[in-house]
Ligand binder design. Structure first.
Ligand code: NAD
Ligand code: 6OD
Length: 489
C-alpha cells in the first residue's frame, strides 16, 4: 500500500478508502494507494503550519541549504529506488527516467539552495526632507504553507521543481501528486526523514481532484499559496477554488507548441530536435511539439525523415534494451489520443506513419500503447492542429514566408514553448522575439538552465518560476526603511 506522508509519518487515510496504481505497460496492479480524506488533508496542513514555527522555522538559511543538499545526495544514493518507482508508475523507458527525471529531481534541491544562498535583495539609500539619510532594504520571508498539485508526466521532476524552491525559501509543503503516479512523492518522504528534515515540512496526500484530496487541499483556508502544474481546465478550477481566500497561484498549464523549420536549417539538427520534441516521453511533455511548420522547399524531406525517425521507435517494456518508446499513462488517456487519431482522419489528415495502436506481444496487450504518428494534410485551423492532445503526434504544415510562419505559430490560445530551426542568426533573434511564448528554443529543445524563467502566457499559465523568479513566488518581500539620526550618505 502506498501511504500518505503526514507530519513525518506514513499514514493510512482515515476513511480507509484506497485506489489502484496501475502499470501502463500491461495494465497490471502495482499497488493500492491510500486515499486521503478531508481530515487527512487538514492534518497535513496543520502539520505543515506547526513546522513553520518549529525547528524548521528557526534554521539559519545556510543550515536549510545544507539540509537540501543532503536531500539531493540521498536521492542520488537511492536513485535506483526512484527510477524503479517512476518507471513502474509511468512505463517510460528506464534510460529516460535515469537520465532526465531522477537526476533533475535531485538537481531541483541543489539549484534552489544555491539560488537562495546567492541572490541578493534590493537596497536603496535616500534622504528624508530634513536631510538625514535613510536606508531601504528588502527582506524575504517564506509565504508559509504551500500546496503543490502535480501531474503525471514527469512526476518527480515536476514535483521537486516546486518543492525544491519552496523549501529553499523556508516554506513547508503539502503535495498532492497525480493519482496516476503517487510512488516517487511518497518515497521522497523516506529521504526527508533519513536526512533529518523536521517533521511536517514535507507532506504528501494522495487522491483525485474534484471531491477528493486535490480539491480539499486547494480550497483549504489555512494554505498560503498554491503552485499547480496540469491541464488548463484544472488550473481554472483551482483558481476559482482559491479566489475566496485571495491565495497567490502559480499556474503551469497546457500547450500546443509549434516548431518552425526554415529551409536554411541544418536538417540533421532539426530532425534530431523534432524527434525528441514530438516523441520523447511518448509525447507527454507540456513543452512538446504538436505543430510542425516547415518551409515548403524542405517539406517533403522533413516529413520523410520524421516519419523514418518514428519508424525507428520501438515500443516495449522500460527495461528492455531493444525498446525506446513507452506507453501512454493510462487506458483513459489512450482513448483520448485515439479519439484525436480518428478526428485527424475525419479532418482530412494522412498518417505518414502511425495513426493507431501497435501490435504488442500478448503479455503487453493490456498496456496503453500508441503509435508515434506524423500527419500531413491537416489544415492549420483543424481541431487536431489547435487542441492539446498530449500524445506522440504532430501535424506537419507547409509555409512559404517568415511572416506566414509567425502568424500560424502565434495563432493559438496557448503560449508555452516554441522551437525554431534556422542557421540565420538574425532570423533566429527576430523570430524568437516575435513569438508569444514563455520559452523559445533555437536549434534545440528542452535544454534547461534552472536559473532561467520558466512558464507560459495565455492559457499556458500565470507567472514564472526558475531562478530568482521562483523566489518571487515562494517568498513575501518586506521593505525595511531605516532613518538615521546622524549625517551621512
Ligand atoms: P490534470 O490537470 O488532469 O491533473 C493535475 C493534478 O491536478 C492532478 O494531481 C489531479 O489530481 C489534480 N486535480 C484535478 N482536478 C483538480 C481539482 N478540481 N482541484 C484540485 N486538483 C485537481 O493534468 P494531468 O493530466 O495530470 O497532466 C497533463 C496536463 O498537464 C497537460 O495539459 C500538460 O500540458 C500539463 N502540463 C503542464 C506543464 C507546464 O509546465 N506548463 C508541465 C507538465 C504538464
Ligand atoms: O524543466 C522544467 O523545469 C519543467 N517545469 C518542465 C516541464 C515539462 C512539462 O512537461
Amino acid at each position: 500500500m502506498i501511504l500518505n506522508f503526514i507530519d513525518g509519518q506514513y499514514r493510512e487515510g482515515s476513511s480507509g478508502r484506497s485506489f489502484d496504481d496501475i502499470n501502463p505497460v500491461d495494465g497490471s496492479l502495482i499497488a493500492k494507494v491510500s486515499e486521503a480524506s478531508r481530515e487527512d488533508v487538514d492534518a497535513a496542513v496543520r502539520a505543515a503550519r506547526q513546522a513553520l514555527s518549529g525547528p524548521w522555522g528557526s534554521l539559519k538559511l545556510a543550515q536549510r541549504c545544507d539540509l537540501l543538499y543532503a536531500v539531493a545526495a540521498e536521492m542520488d544514493r537511492r536513485a535506483e529506488d526512484f527510477i524503479a518507482a517512476e518507471v513502474a508508475d509511468t512505463g517510460k523507458p528506464r534510460s529516460l527516467a535515469s537520465h532526465l527525471d531522477i537526476p533533475r529531481g535531485a538537481a531541483n534541491f541543489r539549484v534552489f539552495a544555491d539560488v537562495v544562498r546567492n541572490v541578493p535583495t534590493e537596497a536603496f539609500t535616500s534622504h528624508a526632507p530634513d536631510g538625514k539619510p535613510a536606508l531601504n532594504y528588502a527582506l524575504r520571508r517564506p509565504k508559509g504553507v504551500v500546496a503543490v498539485v502535480c501531474p503525471w508526466n514527469l512526476p518527480l521532476l515536476l514535483m521537486t521543481w516546486k518543492v525544491g524552491p519552496a523549501l529553499a525559501c523556508g516554506n513547508t509543503v503539502v503535495v498532492k501528486p497525480s493519482e496516476e503516479t503517487p510512488a516517487t512523492a511518497a518515497l521522497l518522504g523516506e529521504v526527508m526523514n533519513q536526512v533529518g528534515v523536521p517533521k511536517g515540512v514535507y507532506n504528501v496526500v494522495h487522491g483525485f481532484g474534484p471531491s477528493s484530496a486535490g480539491e480539499y487541499l486547494t480550497e483549504h483556508a489555512d494554505i498560503d499559496a498554491i503552485t499547480f502544474t496540469g491541464e488548463t481546465r484544472t488550473g481554472a478550477a483551482i483558481m476559482r477554488a482559491s479566489a475566496g481566500g485571495i491565495k497567490p497561484v502559480s499556474m503551469e498549464l497546457g500547450g500546443k507548441n509549434p516548431a518552425v523549420v526554415f529551409a536554411d536549417a541544418d536538417l540533421d539538427v532539426a530532425i534530431a530536435g523534432l524527434t525528441r520534441s514530438v516523441f520523447e516521453n511518448t509525447g507527454q511533455v507540456c513543452l512538446g511539439t504538436e505543430r510542425v511548420y516547415v518551409q515548403r522547399p524542405i517539406l517533403e524531406a522533413v516529413v520523410q525523415r520524421l516519419a523514418a525517425a518514428a519508424r525507428r521507435l520501438k515500443p516495449g517494456r522500460p527495461e528492455d534494451p531493444g525498446a525506446n518508446f513507452g506507453p501512454l499513462i493510462s487506458a483513459e488517456h489512450q482513448q483520448k489520443v485515439l479519439g484525436y487519431f480518428k478526428l485527424a482522419r475525419d479532418e482530412g489528415g494522412t498518417a505518414v506513419h502511425g495513426g493507431g495502436v501497435p501490435d504488442m506481444p500478448a503479455e503487453l496487450k493490456g498496456g496503453a500503447w500508441i503509435e508515434p504518428t506524423v500527419w500531413t494534410g491537416l489544415a492549420h485551423d483543424s481541431r487536431v492542429a489547435r487542441e492539446e492532445i498530449f500524445g506522440p503526434c504532430c501535424a506537419v504544415i507547409a509555409f512559404d514566408s517568415e511572416a506566414e510562419a509567425l502568424q500560424m505559430a502565434n495563432d493559438t490560445r496557448y503560449g508555452l514553448a516554441a522551437s525554431v530551426y534556422t542557421r540565420d542568426i538574425d532570423r533566429a533573434h527576430r523570430f524568437s522575439s516575435a513569438l508569444k511564448v514563455g520559452i523559445v528554443w533555437v536549434n534545440t529543445w528542452f535544454l534547461r538552465d534552472l536559473r532561467t524563467a520558466f512558464g507560459g502566457s495565455g492559457s499556458s499559465g500565470i507567472g514564472r518560476e526558475g531562478g530568482v523568479h521562483s523566489l518571487e513566488f515562494y517568498t513575501e518581500l518586506s521593505n525595511v526603511c531605516i532613518k538615521f539620526s546622524g549625517a551621512g550618505q
